[in-house]
Design a protein around this ligand. Structure first.
Ligand SMILES: Cc1cc2nc3c(=O)[nH]c(=O)nc-3n(C[C@H](O)[C@H](O)[C@H](O)COP(=O)(O)OP(=O)(O)OC[C@H]3O[C@@H](n4cnc5c(N)ncnc54)[C@H](O)[C@@H]3O)c2cc1C
Length: 455
């Protein structure tokens, strides 16, 4: 069952009597499995005795996307195409700007279903569709565990303020989602596609996308791959996750963030699998659910309720004030962006983190914190540091350009945190240093592991 709280009609239009199919515009939730928007489209289609058409619109100039991101996404879409075909659901691909492409197909639809996205451009697209479509536009929220509007209607102050609001109703929404059988399966719908989702490599080669950052070998996109990571994690990583998740030298984490970013796995599916794993302690399970649900959904709360979530101006007043007061402090090391990107600093731990990011499109959470804090220390001003960190984050991470990206980068500058002891450059925002890494972890092992990665 799809919880009614996930479903919202965005306009007042009545069903288009002349519609031939139910259209689902797949954008945020790029998966066939455990996708409430897709299942909703199937039940609507059954109600109207119609087939389902799923459209995916590939935008070559998608904000900040490069070859690395497109490669991962296309790998996932190959699997979507195969899984939809098995269910008799037509899959149509388009290239270009989403609103026009979706509106064109919506003319033949009785209902238009979309998933929910939280970033500004995602919200703008849905708002434009709901204004312009002549059929009902129904949004189904499938990429969070707890529907965000039920949790809060404002930007939350910190994890401690959102946590009780989420935990109160979390388990109500941590429920499996069954597939609904489609009564009118189709082999083809007679609508031409603009790229062949079954051929990701050929499609990628033909795209006019930014080629600055190549695809990685460490992660392959798609639900099956996401499930492999999840399976490995519940077998091996989850035990002692609560105590060791911070250790970059012996990483215990799930590596699900790239898959969650592209909607290739449902957060509910991942949460359920962990909640049902008995080989670990309740504390381990809860520690993971805290990250997957409370922290991730706090990030979504921030971007949803903060108009300029991607600007320095969105940082808390106290943090901007203290950083400004220390803007002219002596900085013992200063690096250009080029030096940073080349992982060419005096700090071997930081260099290793930057290399992990460039080579693999991922970085351990603790190293992300350290990496960002050092860029604050080594940049000419807090504003420049903010632009550099966010720019590098979104350029190299497969999970970049996510609600988590904007919120976590803002966290480096004091968001959702509290003032600490005052010191140079940082003022009262939290500071981190190499001695902490050495004290807590066998950090040299992390450096060696990064060095062993293929070029
Ligand atoms: C400077 C900085 C930049 C970051 N940039 C990104 C980014 O671009 N994209 C991104 O998805 N995450 C980002 N994070 C948050 C976090 O580091 C990653 O989500 C996490 O490391 C992903 O690895 P994992 O899936 O193996 O995590 P796991 O430990 O297995 O956690 C499972 C899931 O919980 C969520 N989660 C874990 N830690 C956090 C956190 N601190 N805040 C919010 N959600 C969390 C993620 O969705 C993650 O996939 C950033 C953190 C920092 C400090």
């Amino acid at each position: 069952m799809i919880e009614p709280e996930r479903i919202r009609q965005l306009n007042d239009a009545k069903a288009n009597e002349r519609g031939r199919y139910v259209l689902y515009w797949m954008q945020q939730s790029q998966r066939e499995a455990h996708n409430p928007a897709l299942e909703f489209a199937v039940s609507e289609a059954n109600r109207h005795a119609q087939p389902v058409v799923v459209v995916f619109v590939l935008m070559e100039d998608y904000p900040e996307a490069n070859e690395r991101h497109f490669a991962f996404m296309l790998q996932g879409l190959e699997e979507v195409a195969a899984a939809l075909k098995k269910r008799g659901i037509a899959f149509v691909t388009r290239r270009g700007e989403p609103v026009d492409s979706v509106l064109e197909l919506a003319r033949g639809a009785s209902t238009l279903v979309c998933d929910r996205g939280y970033l500004r451009h995602q919200r703008d697209w849905r708002a434009a569709l709901s204004r312009q479509a002549r059929c009902p536009v129904v949004q189904v929220e499938g990429d969070v565990v707890v529907p965000v509007d039920l949790v809060s209607d404002r930007a939350e102050f910190a994890a401690r303020t959102i946590r009780p609001k989420i935990l109160r109703i979390r388990d109500q929404f941590l429920r499996p989602l069954a597939r609904t059988r489609l009564k009118r399966p189709v082999k083809s719908i007679g609508i031409a596609s603009e790229f062949d989702a079954r051929k990701p490599a050929a499609t990628l080669a033909a795209l006019g996308v930014d080629r600055d950052v190549p695809m990685v070998t460490r992660f392959n996109g798609g639900t099956a791959e996401a499930r492999k990571h999840l399976g490995r994690f519940t077998r091996r990583g989850l035990v002692e996750y609560s105590e060791t998740r911070s250790d970059p030298a012996e990483p215990r984490c799930s590596c699900l963030s790239p898959y969650l970013h592209f909607g290739q796995i449902s957060a509910v599916e991942a949460g359920l699998k962990v909640a049902r794993t008995e080989s670990c302690s309740p504390a381990d399970r809860e520690a993971f659910l805290e990250q997957l649900i409370v922290r991730r959904e706090l990030s979504i709360n921030f971007v949803l309720h903060t108009p300029r979530y991607d600007r320095f101006a969105a940082l808390p007043d106290w943090a901007r004030r203290t950083l400004r007061a220390h803007a002219d402090d002596e900085r013992p090391y200063r690096y250009s962006l080029a030096k940073l990107e080349a992982a060419n600093t005096h700090d071997p731990y930081w260099n290793a983190a930057m290399k992990e990011m460039v080579k693999t499109g991922y970085m351990h959470n603790y190293m992300r914190m350290y990496w960002g804090k050092k860029i604050i220390e080594w940049s000419p001003s807090p504003e420049a540091a903010y632009r550099r960190i966010l720019g590098l984050n979104n350029k190299y991470f497969i999970d970049g350009r996510d609600a988590n990206s904007y919120t976590s980068v803002a966290w480096l500058f004091g968001l959702h945190d509290r003032p600490w002891t005052e010191r140079a450059v940082f003022g009262t925002i939290r500071y981190m240093n190499a001695a902490g890494l050495e004290r807590k972890f066998e950090i040299q092992r992390y450096v060696e592991w990064v060095e062993s990665l293929e070029p």
